[in-house]
Ligand binder design. Structure first.
Ligand code: A2P
Length: 272
C-alpha cells in the first residue's frame, strides 16, 4: 500500500505517517522499531535533540537497509539551545549525530518565551544554507503562529502538536490550513489513553480495524500527519495500515464528539 505524501508550502513532500521516536530509550528497541517500520513501509522518522536517540538512528536505518536519501528525517532544537550560538551549534551536532549533511525537517521544539523569535532567524539561515530542507515549529498555538507569521522571512512549513480524537484542536487546524502550514500529530494515540472507548471499539469492529487504527485514520482524514510511537513490531505494522479505508461522515461526526481537550503532555496555551 503506497503511503500518501503531503506537499509542504515550499514544494517538498512529506510521507503522511511517521514513526515517533519519543520515549524510545534503548538502542535495541530503536533497532527493533526501525527494522519493523521500514519493513512495514515507513520512510519518515521523527526524532529530537531531547529524545536522546538521534545518534542511534543512522545505525538502525542501516540495519534496516534504508539509505539516507530514502528516509525523511525530522529533528528538533531543544529549548535550552534557543540561546544565541547554541541554536546553530546544536544543529551541527545533530547533523553529526545523524551522520548526514542535511535534515528533511528541522523544528523549534517549543514556543520558548522571547527566545523563540531569535531562534527562528537561525532556522531561516540554516534553511537558506540547504542543511534543513524544510523548517517549522512544534507546540505552537495560533497566538504563537500569528507572531511568527507577522515577522518571518521564511514561513514555517509545519507545526507539530499533540493532536488526537481527545484533543482535536479544530481552530488550530483551520488556522494552519488557511496559512498553508502542515500539521503533524504527536501522541496521536493519546499515549494509549482511551483505546477502550466504546465509540472507538464499535467503529473499529465495523471496519475490521483496531481502535488505534481508527484514532490514526481520524488524524489522517482531518489532514494531519500522525507520528505514532511504538517499539512493538506488530503494533508498528498495525499503525501504518490506515490508508486502505475511509471513515464515513457519520463516524467522523461520532468521533468529533470524543473531543475533551485532553493534553497528555505539554499544554502551551499559557506560554507567552
Ligand atoms: P508500545 O511502544 O509498547 O507499542 P503515542 O504515539 O500516542 O504517544 O502512543 C504511544 C503509546 O501507545 C506507547 O505506549 C505504545 O506502546 C502504545 N501503542 C502504540 N501503538 C499501539 C497500538 N496500535 N495499540 C495499542 N497501543 C499502542
Amino acid at each position: 500500500m503506497a503511503i500518501p505524501q503531503i506537499k509542504l508550502n515550499n514544494g517538498n513532500q512529506i510521507p503522511q505517517i511517521g514513526l515517533g521516536l519519543w520515549q524510545i530509550r534503548k538502542k535495541s528497541d530503536l533497532d527493533t522499531a526501525v527494522i519493523a517500520a521500514v519493513e512495514a513501509g515507513y520512510r519518515h522518522f521523527d526524532t529530537a535533540q531531547a529524545y536522546g536517540n538521534e545518534s542511534w538512528l543512522p545505525r538502525s536505518l542501516k540495519k534496516a537497509g534504508l539509505k539516507r536519501e530514502e528516509a525523511f528525517i525530522t529533528t528538533k532544537i531543544w529549548t535550552i539551545n534557543f540561546a544565541p550560538i547554541l541554536t546553530k551549534a546544536s544543529f551541527f551536532f545533530s547533523l553529526k549525530n545523524l551522520k548526514s549533511d542535511y535534515v528533511d525537517l528541522l523544528l523549534l521544539h517549543y514556543p520558548v518565551t522571547t527566545m523563540r523569535r531569535r531562534a527562528w532567524r537561525d532556522l531561516e539561515s540554516i534553511y537558506q544554507s540547504g542543511q534543513a530542507r524544510a523548517i517549522g515549529v512544534s507546540n505552537y498555538t495560533i497566538r504563537h503562529l500569528e507572531q511568527l507569521l507577522s515577522e518571518c522571512k521564511v514561513k514555517p512549513a509545519v507545526n507539530q502538536v499533540e493532536l488526537h480524537v481527545f484533543l482535536q484542536q479544530p481552530e488550530l487546524l483551520a488556522y494552519c490550513a488557511a496559512n498553508d502550514i502542515a500539521v503533524e500529530a504527536y501522541s496521536p494515540l493519546a499515549h494509549g489513553y482511551g483505546l477502550d472507548d466504546p465509540v472507538l471499539v464499535e467503529i473499529a469492529k465495523r471496519y475490521n480495524k483496531t481502535p488505534a487504527q481508527i484514532m490514526l485514520r481520524w488524524c489522517a482524514q482531518v489532514g494531519t500527519i500522525p507520528l505514532p510511537k511504538s517499539i512493538n513490531p506488530k503494533r508498528i505494522k498495525e499503525n501504518i495500515a490506515i490508508f486502505d479505508f475511509n471513515l464515513n461522515a457519520g463516524d467522523i461526526a461520532q468521533l468529533t464528539r470524543l473531543n475533551k481537550n485532553l493534553h497528555t503532555s505539554w499544554d502551551p496555551t499559557n506560554t507567552r
